[in-house]
Design a binder for this molecule. Structure first.
Ligand SMILES: Cc1cc2nc3c(=O)[nH]c(=O)nc-3n(C[C@H](O)[C@H](O)[C@H](O)COP(=O)(O)OP(=O)(O)OC[C@H]3O[C@@H](n4cnc5c(N)ncnc54)[C@H](O)[C@@H]3O)c2cc1C
Length: 411
C-alpha cells in the first residue's frame, strides 16, 4: 500500500495491486484492543519520503476531524486499532489501483513478461513487486499437532476461541505472546482454568528504543549494513534482536501493575504462571488433552504440563511464496537457502530486463528494519525510483547517520 500510495499520483506507470483478503484488514487475528504500535505514527505509508502526499496520518486525522483531539491525548504511540483504521481509510483513496479478493495462484515468466495468474483472470507485467508478508513460524515439534487445540497466534482459530474452563499454554514471550497472555487473564476468550506462559528468553525483555539503537531504522544504517559480510550481518541481527522483537516497555509496566493489583487486592485472575527459560520440546497426546514437554534451560530438567489448548506465539519467518515456485529456477539463493536480494530490493535472478522487487524478505540482507513498518515508505521510495528510472523521491539516499561504520563522513 505504501508503494501504491507513492506510485499512484505519478500517473506514469500502469500499476495494479492484488490482495487475497475480501477487504482490507491489518492482521485481524491479532487485533487485540490493548495492542500498541511499536512504531511512530509519523512513519506512516508516505510521510518520511513525501509528507505532501495526501495519505499521511496527519491528513487522515484532519479529514476525520480528529486532529486537535488526537494532539490533546498527548500520545506519541497509537494503537494497532487506530493504525488499521488509517490504513483502511487509505484503501478508499487507492481503490482504483488496489484489488481485494484477488488471490494470486501462480506467477510464471512467458514471452518476456511475468504472467500473473488469479483464479479467473491472468495479467501480464514487465515487473512485479512481492509483498505478501512473513509466514507464521511453527516449531517442528508442534507441526504434527496443528489444529483447533494447537495453533499459531496469527490464525483464525484465535478469533473463535473459547477458553472457558480450559487449561492453556502460551508459547513465546515476545510482544504477541505477552498480549495473548494478558488477554487470557482478562478473559477475552472466557475464564480459563489456568494459564501458563513459557518463553525461552531470560525474562520479558523490553524493546530497545534508545536513540542510538533507533539509528538502525535509518536509510543510512541499512545501506551500511547491506555491505557488511554475511557472518557479520547475522551476528549484528542476532545482537540487535530487541530493537525489533522486544516487549513494548509501557505495555510491560501496565501489565506488571495489573498483576500487582490483582495479586494483592482484586484477586480475580484465574491461576497463572509465567515461566522464563523454558523450551517446548514436544507435544504428546494424553487422555483428551495435550501434554507439553518442556525443557527448563536453567537445570535442563524436563517438565510436563497437561493442557487443553496451546497457543504458539513463536514468531514469523519469510520464505519464497508458493505462487513464485514456477520461477524458482531463475532465482538466486544464498548458502542457507535465503533469497539474495539486491540493495534496491530487486531479487537477484537470471532475468536481464524484468525485475522482481521483494518487500520484507531480507532481514538477513538489510537488517532488522526489514520486515518492520518503520522504513516501509523509504523502501517503497527506493523501489519507485528504480521503477521510474529517475530519482523522483529525492530524500531516499539520506547520507547522514551518527554511526559511521566505514569512515564515510568527512571530518
Ligand atoms: C500483530 C503484528 C503487529 C505488528 N506491529 C508492528 C509494529 O508496530 N511496527 C512495525 O514496524 N512492525 C510491526 N509488525 C511487523 C510488520 O511490519 C507487519 O507485519 C507488516 O504488516 C508487514 O507488512 P507486509 O506488507 O510485508 O505483510 P502483510 O501486512 O502481512 O501483508 C501481506 C498481504 O498479502 C496478502 N497475501 C498473501 N498471499 C497472497 C496471495 N497469494 N495473493 C494475494 N494476496 C496475498 C495477505 O493476505 C496480506 O494482506 C507487526 C506484525 C504483526 C503480525
Amino acid at each position: 500500500m505504501s508503494l501504491a500510495a507513492l506510485l499512484k499520483p505519478l500517473e506514469q506507470k500502469k500499476i495494479k495491486f492484488f490482495d487475497d483478503k475480501k477487504k482490507f484488514n491489518w492482521h485481524p487475528e491479532l487485533m487485540l484492543d490493548d495492542a500498541p504500535m511499536q512504531t511512530s505514527y509519523l512513519k506512516d505509508l508516505v510521510t518520511p519520503v513525501q509528507p505532501t502526499n495526501p495519505l499521511t496520518y496527519i491528513n487522515y486525522l484532519v479529514e476525520k476531524g480528529q486532529f486537535y483531539h488526537f494532539l490533546n491525548t498527548g500520545r506519541d504511540v497509537i494503537t494497532r486499532y487506530e493504525f488499521n483504521d488509517y490504513l483502511r481509510w487509505c484503501t478508499h483513496n487507492l481503490s482504483d489501483v488496489l484489488n481485494f479478493d484477488s488471490k494470486i495462484k501462480e506467477i510464471r515468466f512467458e514471452k518476456s513478461k511475468f504472467k500473473i495468474i488469479k483464479e479467473n483472470e491472468t495479467f501480464f507485467s514487465k515487473n512485479i513487486c512481492v509483498a505478501s508478508g512473513p509466514k507464521p513460524f511453527v516449531p517442528d515439534c508442534a507441526k504434527k499437532k496443528i489444529g483447533n487445540d494447537v495453533f499459531h497466534a496469527k490464525s483464525k482459530v484465535l478469533q473463535n476461541l473459547s477458553l472457558t474452563g480450559k487449561k492453556v499454554l502460551v508459547v513465546g514471550g515476545g510482544q504477541t505472546g505477552l498480549e495473548v497472555f494478558r488477554n487470557i487473564l482478562h478473559e477475552k476468550w472466557g475464564r480459563s482454568e489456568h494459564a501458563t506462559l513459557i518463553t525461552g528468553r531470560k525474562n520479558f525483555l523490553p524493546l530497545d528504543e534508545a536513540p542510538f539503537t533507533n539509528e538502525i531504522f535509518t536509510p543510512k544504517f541499512v545501506s551500511q549494513f547491506y555491505h557488511l559480510d554475511q557472518n557479520t550481518k547475522d551476528d549484528f541481527t542476532e545482537n540487535l534482536l530487541l530493537a525489533s522483537d522486544g516487549n513494548t516497555p509501557s505495555y510491560l509496566a501496565e501489565f506488571y501493575n495489573e498483576l500487582y493489583l490483582d495479586k494483592f487486592y482484586k484477586k480475580q485472575f484465574s491461576p497463572y504462571r509465567i515461566s522464563p527459560m523454558r523450551w517446548l520440546e514436544d507435544i504428546e497426546d494424553r487422555q483428551n488433552s495435550q501434554c507439553a514437554i518442556i525443557r527448563n534451560k536453567l537445570n535442563q530438567q524436563i517438565e510436563e504440563l497437561q493442557v487443553d489448548i496451546i497457543i504458539l506465539a513463536t514468531g514469523f519467518t519469510s520464505a519464497l511464496p508458493s505462487y513464485l515456485e514456477p520461477l524458482r529456477s531463475l532465482i538466486s539463493f544464498d548458502g542457507q537457502g535465503r533469497l539474495n536480494i539486491c540493495h534496491d530490493y530487486k531479487l537477484k535472478t537470471s532475468l536481464e530486463k524484468n525485475h522482481i522487487y521483494m518487500m520484507n524478505y531480507s532481514r538477513h540482507g538489510h537488517g532488522v528494519a526489514d520486515p518492520q513498518t518503520s522504513l516501509m515508505s523509504w523502501r517503497s521510495a527506493v523501489i519507485a525510483n528504480d521503477l521510474c528510472g529517475k530519482e523522483i523521491f529525492k530524500n531516499v539516499n539520506n547520507k547522514s547517520s551518527f554511526l559511521d561504520y566505514f569512515n564515510e563522513e568527512n571530518l
